[in-house]
Design a protein around this ligand. Structure first.
Ligand code: RP5
Length: 162
């Protein structure tokens, strides 16, 4: 199976990244985690993206806050799918990171999840790998069924109160 790379702009983004690592672990998907910044370590971020495909990665998650150019900078240097997580880390409630991550120019796409959406970033990468992996696709189907069953249990509990 291909690996997933998770890059964060700062170690202060780790609580959000942990939501992604927890999800990948639950699906038995191999991953690596690194701190590379589009602004503070641009050479390392570029070099990682340039060599990611030959290093066995199938998709890259990039998490950053504030003027969040990391996902776009990674996407500029690879044609692997890049999933951006805008992190809420400033006085603007994450809107700064959301717009910096999602508003990519034509030709260099970044699939942007919700502000602080670490779990969905991991699930989207899992779904990308599952296109060519029936075992992983079955795990994702099972997770959907289990999630739905939990909601139906809540429905039964709530409806019984009224
Ligand atoms: C961004 O600036 C990082 O991704 C982080 O979300 C934010 C703040 O970084 P630190 O000052 O905490 O290192 O580049």
């Amino acid at each position: 199976m291909k690996k997933i790379a998770i890059i964060m702009g700062s170690d202060s983004d780790l609580p959000i990244v942990t939501k992604a690592t927890d999800m990948l672990k639950s699906l038995d998907i191999p991953f690596e985690v690194h701190v590379y910044s589009a602004h503070r370590t641009p050479v390392e971020a570029r070099d990682f993206a340039l060599s990611a495909r030959e290093n066995g990665f199938g998709a890259i998650i990039a998490a950053a806050g504030m003027a969040a150019h990391l996902a776009g900078a990674i996407a500029a240097n690879t044609t692997l799918p890049v999933v951006g997580i805008p992190c809420k880390s400033s006085n603007l409630d994450g809107m700064d990171a959301l717009l910096s991550t999602v508003q990519m120019p034509t030709g260099i796409p970044v699939a942007t999840v919700a502000i602080n959406g670490g779990a969905n970033a991991a699930l989207l990468c899992a779904q990308i790998l599952a296109v060519e992996d029936k075992e992983l696709a079955a795990k994702l189907d099972a997770k959907r069924a289990s999630d739905a069953a939990k909601v139906l249990e809540k429905d039964a509990a709530i409806s019984a109160q009224f």
